[in-house]
Design a protein around this ligand. Structure first.
Ligand SMILES: [Mg+2]
Length: 408
């Protein structure tokens, strides 16, 4: 089998997506997700200008060799643009191999280790009543695990909080706004540290001890502040505290870990196993948060998760709506197959996205399943995709109350 074409499809139904479609001489096609939120066209150009010419006439079955070739032959290693582009190729090749085998991809990864993939959804509110409403809406959809984010008194706009709890037919707090420039948000960590424990106390009092709760700190705290928050949230039994501090400095997590038993999840902005080396070998985290789409694809994610398993660390694969249905399906096949599955983030895509991407995965009673179609189980309607041209969109950024740029 030979690769005869590789096409980069950029579409913007509810939001921007980059998809790589690889075609073979035997008529089998494969899809890969190359979406990097706010920097989509950089990945599209990397693929079109530098990767697609290398793929033509290659054997699509040589997935490991192609991965190593794209990683090593570029000379310049790692980084989100490169690793997202490689991920798109890797997913598309696994899609082709599984279609050629006539099996859903999870079968090639070792077969199902569980019957379904437990998910968590994102609830938020400007105040406690609207937060409680949002949690109830998620429970009604079947979620048994819910991420809780709230507004902070004195701050205008805060990450993870929807302007409206219900927007049209679906809940959405999508942070990437279409427009010429990014929006500015404000931040004050002391106000956050004072406010948040009371929110979790109120949620526990309202919903009881059984509901699984998560929270995302979105890289805003110092290690000492993160240790303080982890301690103050211990009475509320979180499933995890996510991205409590920027983790480029992995050693900084020793401070957090030594001070709190609140489980820690990190990694959604990482793109290789090297970003985790200290975090995993010293067991400084409990969950790996990487996205298949931003970490070089299925091949390195399986290795990363197997590495984590040796240290009793589980998966918590990144899955907001800026991961396309193709990238979500790739995550689900891994989730179903690996032994050290933890939980899967899942925000449902909107109707326009579903019009462009036909999916065989299902969501029932809080559990996802990738379905039984050969391959990843997602196809793209290129005519529908062409109706939604790219629109520039940026993630917001943060300033402290004195105007200093802060981690968003
Ligand atoms: Mg996050």
């Amino acid at each position: 089998m030979k690769i005869t074409a590789a096409d980069v499809i950029v579409t913007s139904p509810d939001r921007n997506f980059v998809t790589l479609k690889i075609t073979t001489d035997e008529g089998i096609t494969g899809l890969g997700d190359g979406t990097l939120n706010g920097r989509e066209l950089a990945v599209a150009a990397y693929l079109t200008e530098h990767v697609v010419p290398l793929l033509l006439d290659r054997d699509p079955m040589t997935i490991e060799d192609t991965w190593q070739f794209l990683y090593r032959a570029a000379y310049w290693r790692r980084g989100p643009i490169t690793m997202t582009a490689i991920a798109a190729v890797d997913m598309a090749l696994w899609d082709i191999k599984a279609k050629a085998a006539g099996m859903p991809l999870y079968q090639l990864l070792g077969g199902a280790s569980r019957s379904g993939i437990r998910t968590y959804g994102h609830a938020s509110g400007m105040d406690l009543p609207s937060l409680f409403d949002s949690i109830r809406e998620h429970q009604e959809k079947g979620y048994t695990a819910i991420r809780v984010q709230t507004a902070i008194p004195g701050l205008r706009a805060v990450y993870g909080v929807a302007a409206q709890a219900t927007e049209g037919a679906r809940y959405d707090y999508e942070p990437a706004r279409r427009g010429a420039l990014p929006t500015e948000e404000d931040w004050d960590t002391p106000s956050y540290l004072r406010h948040l424990p009371g929110v979790f106390e109120a949620v526990r009092n309202e919903f009881g001890p059984e509901l699984t709760l998560l929270h995302d700190g979105h890289h805003r705290m110092t290690p000492n502040q993160a240790a303080q928050l982890g301690k103050s949230l211990e009475p509320y039994d979180l499933f995890w505290l996510e991205d409590c501090t920027p983790a480029e400095n992995q050693q900084a997590l020793r401070r957090v870990r030594s001070q709190t038993t609140t489980p820690l999840a990190i990694g959604e902005i990482f793109n290789t196993v090297w970003d985790y080396q200290t975090l995993i070998t010293e067991q400084l985290i409990d969950y790996v948060r990487s996205a298949v789409t931003h970490t070089g694809g299925i091949t390195p994610m399986k290795k990363l998760l197997d590495f984590a398993a040796q240290y009793q660390i589980k998966s918590g694969i990144h899955g907001p709506t800026d991961i396309s249905p193709v990238g979500m399906a790739a995550a689900m096949h891994l989730d179903l197959a690996i032994h050290n599955f933890g939980i899967q983030e899942y925000m449902q895509h909107g109707a326009l996205t579903d019009e462009v991407f036909q999916q065989s995965y299902t969501f029932t009673d809080g559990y996802l399943h990738p379905g039984e179609k050969p391959g990843l189980g997602v196809e793209i309607d290129e005519e529908a995709a062409a109706k939604f041209p790219y629109e520039r969109a940026y993630l917001p950024y943060n300033r402290l109350l004195d105007g200093t740029v802060h981690d968003w």
